[in-house]
Design a protein around this ligand. Structure first.
Ligand code: ADP
Length: 472
């Protein structure tokens, strides 16, 4: 499989390489031109200086006398390569070694001005309309008052870089090509292995966006990206699990809601069929059954609504700093009558009241659910011991019962929604399978931790802890 990302990287690399080559070419060209200029300026100025000296030595610098023409004689020697102009300070052309002006040709007047202003030689680079690169130097001729009265302008065309540069460019191009070929080889040998999992990762993410959580990237060989690939696969299966749990939840929920309704339906059907033959006693028995089924339905719906309120993202806790032990005492008071019915004793052990920042009603729900479970899943005359203690940072709770306990295999699932160890048993004891899930949610919302230990027929212990706060 070809790697899209890999190609993207390779083409960016080529582009950068081309920009690099282009830059190198420009730098070379410019430095060539600069050195060409340096070489050419010196002789032009030297020659201009000689002429200038000769002109200055003439007695009369009015240029009326043809005397000065002699002074310009050295110009002729340079005719082939250099054109000399002599201008006076008012821009009048006094002499031109080429003796003609090209059509539309402008005299380099700014150069003349800058020689006059600076009172020393100047040079400029020009490109004329034909694209020819020209070098101009200007050299002053002074009168006896040290004022520049005339300017000698020398012009020559700068050569093109020619063979030297083009062979360099050729060499650079070859090196560039070698780079391209070798990077292709490196890519195919080595980088492709790195990039191709990225492509598969991209495909995987696309598949996941379409809802295909079962998409797994096959791990061909161990590479730098293997940990990412593994994390992706784990993520995929987790999402898959969550989706399955969601579907499972809906079907369990429907079942849970249907069961009490179905039994009420059976009861009422049989009552209707039996009509007048039903004795009052049986009628009341049936009514009691309907009553308890509707209680059950109400319990499930209450738990569900409470759970939904906890799962909402914006769940707002009514946080206050208070003694958490007071919430516990109040919860025990609420549950006491239920325990008394089964002659179960509840013992609370703690040395001092501990403070925490918590939502009073939600925390009471935690304690009531845990004590309720301990009562529900204990037998007549059993005992529940609640122990509270604290260290510097956290408050710890231990809810211990010596009831029926939970099988070790079942223990990891008791916090799941609707999970009941023994459906018949839990139902008979009035459970919905949502209690511990709710407890766990509330504990998590308070930055708490919860865990459970249990042994069949020995009893169950639930441990919780919360961050401790000191009274202000
Ligand atoms: P339920 O409403 O059915 O009690 P929970 O979520 O509170 O649901 O508990 C899940 C299951 O864990 C229960 O069905 C029960 O079998 C088991 N369980 C919870 N607490 C105890 C306990 N203290 N002793 C024995 N089993 C328990």
């Amino acid at each position: 499989m070809s790697s899209k990302l890999g190609w993207r990287v390779i083409s960016t690399y080529f582009l950068l390489l081309l920009i690099g080559l282009f830059t190198i070419h420009n730098v070379l060209y410019n430095s060539f031109m600069a050195s060409e200029m340096d070489q050419r300026i010196a002789p032009l100025l030297e020659r201009s200086q000689q002429v200038s000296k000769k002109l200055e030595s003439l007695e009369n610098l009015g240029f009326k006398d043809k005397e000065w023409i002699k002074a310009l004689a050295p110009f002729d020697e340079d005719k082939e390569r250099v054109r000399f102009l002599l201008l006076d300070s008012s821009h009048n052309l006094l002499s031109d070694s080429y003796n003609f002006r090209q059509q539309g040709e402008n005299l380099p007047l700014e150069l003349v001005d800058s020689v006059i202003n600076e009172k020393s030689f100047q040079y400029r680079r020009y490109v004329n309309t034909k694209g020819e690169k020209l070098l101009y130097t200007g050299y002053p001729v002074y009168n006896s008052q040290e004022d520049p009265v005339a300017i000698i302008v020398a012009m020559t065309s700068l050569g093109e870089p020619g063979e030297a540069l083009s062979s360099l460019v050729r060499r650079i191009t070859i090196i560039g090509l070698i780079f391209i070929v070798s990077s292709l080889l490196v890519y195919f040998w080595f980088l492709r292995d790195i990039f191709s999992p990225l492509d598969r990762l991209e495909e995987g993410v696309e598949a996941m966006t379409r809802g295909n959580y079962s998409y797994q990237i096959e791990e061909s060989e161990e590479s730098e990206l293997s940990p990412i690939v593994r994390s992706f696969n784990t993520l995929g299966s987790r999402l898959g699990d969550i989706e399955a749990q969601q579907k499972d939840f809906v079907s369990t929920l429907s079942h849970e809601l249907k069961t009490p309704i179905a039994s009420m339906k059976i009861i009422t059907d049989s009552l209707i069929q039996a009509k007048a033959t039903v004795s009052n006693e049986i009628l009341y028995d049936f009514l009691e059954d309907i009553n308890s089924e509707s209680d059950r339905l109400k319990d499930i719906i209450d738990d569900l609504l409470f759970m939904a309120s906890l799962e909402r993202q914006d769940v707002s806790l009514n946080l206050d700093v208070r003694p958490i032990t007071r919430a516990l005492e109040e919860s025990i008071r609420v549950m006491q009558p239920l325990a008394d019915q089964k002659h179960i004793t509840i013992t609370l052990e703690y040395q001092e009241k501990f403070f925490a920042e918590f939502d009073y009603n939600k925390m009471k729900q935690v304690f009531i659910n845990l004590i309720g479970n301990a009562v529900k899943y204990s037998d007549e005359g059993d005992e529940i011991i609640i122990h509270v203690w604290a260290d510097k940072d956290r408050i710890h709770f231990k809810f211990q019962d010596n009831g029926i306990g939970i099988d070790a295999q079942e223990l990891p699932y008791v916090f799941d929604r609707f999970y009941r160890v023994d459906k018949a048993r839990s139902r008979e004891r009035g459970g919905t399978g949502l209690g511990l899930h709710i407890v766990q949610q509330i504990v998590n919302l308070h930055n708490g931790k919860i865990r459970m230990e249990s042994l069949n027929d020995v009893g169950t212990t639930v441990y919780i802890d919360f961050p401790r706060v000191y009274e202000v």
